[in-house]
Design a protein around this ligand. Structure first.
Ligand SMILES: [Zn+2]
Length: 429
């Protein structure tokens, strides 16, 4: 068994062969060789996983767990982003009940921990259901309550609704689960509402996530005031004067970049935009599989890393992925980047963010088996992880010292009942 420890210089540190991690309560108390640790903690219960690697938990920086029931539901709309968004919104708002959404989020949370994800950044219209799902599965994360509203005349009203929801959601916060805010996108939330939400995020010290620079349609909307998003507003009698700016420059103008936001996608960015992201300490959730599946193109991962922009990986919802698997996402990101200076170790560091196997840190860790037919022989555990493995090779997931997944079971969750309910929801849809 090998232990991959702290990321150094945006790459993972050298693996420790025959490595081990000592955990006490929610914390890591030591990391080293198995022999060293066995001598230091003679009373400890020791477990061995054979040919496997221990690494910090994977961090999914952009997902929508509530949409898990829509996996495979939108395949025919993929070439038309507007139709895709409309069918998704109708299903979520008009056809799924509150319990359906809770089941959907719960199944998504189970899928995440099964794939070694220990922390999520989840954007949700029904944030309460997502928070309950995270809590019930034992997943760490921030649930970002979404806000919509393209009509400036309703900005105050929509903002007041968001504030009220956040107030209610605070009651559900725990040491592991926090609340953030998410104005959905530049084409679904008007400028005045973006300004109000940005000020709120800063004054309340709430994290903010937003979709940004994702599609050609968004670019046409902001730069020229043309395309389906502009036409849809015109049909609803909503006035729209395009700022004639790139998404990133526009988000600077309306104050979003002042809250060190987490921006999902960032595909349509130029060097000046990337510079602005770096200057404002904005962070990027890179979702290469979702972007490719919807035909939006690919974000310039290497340019972000070169400019020292903080980047994480996101699965986005499984409605556009179709799996929540960050090892697979890391491989896909690496292959798409096609950059000889990018290493597998750096790619893995992007997937684990600031997670560390180090004394005093939270015990969020994952054991991934390395003896599958698709993995043997293993010359190097890091490249074996990134190029030959997937979330299905995860043997154990621990969050804050608690085993949430082991031996094909998510602890304390009736997955049989959830599976039956998921199929029921699919039948209805
Ligand atoms: Zn998204």
């Amino acid at each position: 068994m090998q232990a991959l420890t702290a990321p150094e210089d945006r790459a993972v540190a050298e693996p420790i062969e025959h490595g081990a991690v000592a955990v006490d309560g929610p914390l890591i108390v030591d990391v080293g060789s198995r022999d060293e640790l066995a001598a230091r903690f003679p009373q400890a219960h020791v477990e061995s996983f054979g040919e496997a690697v221990i690494l910090p938990g994977l961090v999914n920086t952009h997902t929508h767990l509530e949409l898990t029931a829509l996996r495979g539901y939108l395949e025919n709309e993929e070439s038309d982003f507007f139709a895709w968004l409309r069918k998704l919104t109708l299903a979520r708002l008009e056809r799924m009940t509150a319990d359906d959404i809770r089941v959907s989020a719960m199944w998504g949370a189970c899928e995440a921990v099964r794939a070694g994800i220990t922390c999520v950044r989840d954007a949700s219209d029904s944030a309460m259901m997502s928070m309950l799902a995270l809590r019930d599965v034992g997943l760490r994360g921030i649930v970002f309550q979404e806000s919509f509203g393209p009509d400036p005349r309703l900005a105050q009203e929509n903002f007041a609704k968001l504030k009220l929801k956040v107030e209610e959601l605070r009651e559900l916060e725990t040491d592991l689960v926090r609340v953030g805010v998410s104005p959905h996108a530049p084409y679904t939330v008007c400028g005045p509402q973006l300004e109000l939400i940005a000020d709120f995020a800063i004054s309340e010290r709430r994290q903010l996530m937003m979709h940004a620079a994702e599609s050609q349609a968004e670019e046409d909307f902001l730069l020229h005031g043309t395309g389906l998003f502009a036409e849809s507003l015109a049909k609803r009698g909503i006035e729209w004067t395009p700022p004639r700016l790139s998404t990133i420059q526009y988000l600077k103008q309306v104050g979003i970049l002042d809250c060190e936001p987490l921006l999902a996608h960032c595909i349509r960015v130029d060097p000046a935009d990337i510079e602005l992201l770096a200057q404002t300490r904005s962070r990027v959730a890179h979702c290469p599989k979702s972007n490719a599946k919807l035909g939006h193109g690919r974000a310039p991962l290497s340019s972000f890393l070169d400019a020292s922009v903080t980047v994480g990986l996101g699965s986005d919802s499984v409605a556009s992925n179709n799996t929540c698997d960050l090892i697979e996402e890391a491989r896909f990101a690496f292959l798409l980047a096609r950059n000889p200076s990018l290493t597998a170790s750096q790619m893995l560091a992007v997937a684990i963010q600031d997670g560390m196997l180090r004394e005093g840190h939270q015990a969020d860790l994952v054991v991934v088996g390395l003896d599958g037919a698709h993995q043997v022989p293993v010359y190097d555990p890091v490249t074996a992880l990134v190029f030959s493995s997937s979330g299905r090779d995860v043997l154990l997931t621990i969050i804050a010292g608690r085993e949430v997944y082991r031996d094909q079971r998510v602890a304390g969750v009736d997955e049989r009942r959830l599976r039956a309910r998921m199929n029921e929801i699919a039948q209805k849809l």
